[in-house]
Design a protein around this ligand. Sequence first.
Ligand SMILES: *Cc1c(COP(=O)(O)O)cnc(C)c1O
Length: 358
Amino acid sequence: MKKHNFSAGPAILPAPVLKEASKAALNYQGIGLSLLELSHRGPEFTAIIEEANALIKEIIGLPEGYHVLWLTGGASTQFFMIPMNLLNEDETAAYVNTGVWADKAIKEAKAFGHVNVIASSKEQNFTFIPKGYKIPKDAKYLHLTSNNTIYGTQLHRFPKSPVPLVCDMSSDFLSRPFDPNPFGLIYAGAQKNLGPAGTTVVIVREDMLGTVRRHLPSMLDYRTFVKENSLYNTPPVFPIYVSMLTLRWIRKNGGLKGMQRRNKAKAAILYNEIDRNPLFKGTVAREDRSLMNICFVMEDKYAALEKEFLKETEANGMVGLKGHRSVGGFRASTYNALPKASVQALADLMQDFARRKG
Ligand SMILES: *Cc1c(COP(=O)(O)O)cnc(C)c1O
């Protein structure tokens, strides 16, 4: 039986996507070859990447002028590739520090230009999203992290910005509708909410490119991927294919509105249980609670029961619930593909545990 997969990433994928992908791994569309052994320049893969690009544009509702790119090296490579491609040494980029990933992005950017950290919740262990900060008009871009995977906070509204937004959407990509117009660049590692590990989606607006003076190696220059439609070298064929299948699944299930409706319903079940259950409590500011990574701990007086509860989740077929070491407790990742029934099973177990141990 399929387990309840609450892993933060690589994470759960929709069951029909896994079924279709496993067929393709053996015999793609009945052609007598696995997709894993087909040329990335053949008609089969060309159709796949074109459909994937078209689906991203359609699902988000991207206006003209945006390019969809499929890169490698994870979101972590984007931490340096972004300032390398967008920021000159004498220019300044603004960053908001809302978690370990943002912190790493800040560290990398410092090698390429000036970095102005205009707001941070680092001193409070990233338990909230800073708001009301002033965005400098002369910044080249403002870098945000839309969802903080480790801490369980999420930007529920993007700030109005006089400069283009650059956003790490790795852990809430395509989980809700948003207005793409303020964004100069969006990036997301596939393995949280889109597909398998091995590819990173970058959506970049044409006017963001070509303004830096430094020499860019071809493989680290976004323009190479724009020009060659992500086929300058061999792209991660299978992760892109599986991502394309997930994109089809998202469209079929109501697009971003449909995803948001499901995600809100799932998060409500779990947050309601955390709030009403005397044994558990949340770890972050209520208004910033993530709909994707739900962090919670045991109330202090029940702290000794943490290991026991984790064991019970495992005995009940639930995996991936151990919290990140910097937060402790539990983290339920409730990405697009996680069924509501999995969240309900966890909430039921929490209730039952409280009845027995409370
Ligand atoms: C997981 C994660 C990353 C790192 O992704 P890699 O693909 O492993 O480099 C970066 N940012 C966020 C928000 C993440 O959740």
